[in-house]
Design a protein around this ligand. Structure first.
Ligand code: ZN
Length: 69
């Protein structure tokens, strides 16, 4: 059976229940990997804010057509 490696630091990791942070070698590596996932998720709402600001700028224009009113 092949020995698993830590997804964060690539070191060999022990199997559970001996290793409570499996598949990571330590609590620290698990936190690092978790932070990486959260970092990518935080990018999504940031992009939506930029699009919302752009749409908000266009809204007052077509909302009041001067000749048709
Ligand atoms: Zn590790």
């Amino acid at each position: 059976m092949a020995s698993p490696r830590c997804p964060s630091c690539r070191l060999l990791v022990k199997l559970p229940p001996e290793n409570k942070t499996f598949p990571f070698c330590s609590e620290r590596c698990r936190t690092i990997d978790l932070g990486r996932w959260l970092g990518e998720e935080f990018r999504v709402p940031t992009r939506q804010v930029e699009e919302d600001e752009d749409g908000g700028g266009l809204a007052p224009g077509p909302a009041r057509p001067p000749e048709d009113a």
